[in-house]
Design a binder for this molecule. Structure first.
Ligand SMILES: [Zn+2]
Length: 82
């Protein structure tokens, strides 16, 4: 019996991922991403980085790997020399 309906192919892949994903934002440049998770057949380690500023979004290890799909580009910000 499958307990996770979102991976069973009942829905269109893209729409299902967008609905089940969690919106996170980069703390450095404010770019928003839809966070989803995929299960690897083997354990691995890695770091997901922001596509805009390269800062670390999440460090992962194991078989459950987070993936980030761009949701909204960074907001323009006024940089003041503080
Ligand atoms: Zn960023």
């Amino acid at each position: 019996m499958v307990t996770s309906a979102c991976q069973s192919g009942l829905f269109d892949g893209e729409a299902a991922m967008a609905e089940t994903g969690r919106i996170i934002s980069c703390e450095v440049c404010t770019a928003k991403y839809v966070r989803t998770e995929v299960l690897l057949p083997i354990k691995d380690v890695g770091i997901c980085e922001c596509a805009y500023c390269g800062s670390e979004l999440e460090r992962w290890h194991g078989r459950l790997v987070p993936t980030f799909r761009l949701h909204a580009p960074p907001l323009p910000r006024h940089s003041s020399a503080a």
